[in-house]
Design a protein around this ligand. Structure first.
Ligand SMILES: [Zn+2]
Length: 67
């Protein structure tokens, strides 16, 4: 018997993250990752692997920026 759960698992989405931190080794280099929606905005959050700063520039590959 499966456990009952009122909350549904969010579907992961593929987003293109681009770090805009000045001086970051990964600055302006978009990379694709899998993200899960948050309960509170910002809906998607990413951390840059180059500088460790939050990435605010997240876009879907097909439909443009998300917020
Ligand atoms: Zn960075």
């Amino acid at each position: 018997m499966a456990a009952q759960d009122d909350e549904t698992e969010p579907d992961p989405v593929t987003l293109v993250a681009t770090c805009r931190t000045s001086g970051c080794p990964s600055q302006d280099q978009p990379f694709v990752g899998t993200y899960y929606a948050n309960a509170e905005p910002p809906l998607y959050r990413g951390l840059c692997m180059g500088c460790g700063q939050p990435i605010s520039d997240l876009a879907t590959p097909l439909s443009g920026p998300v917020s």
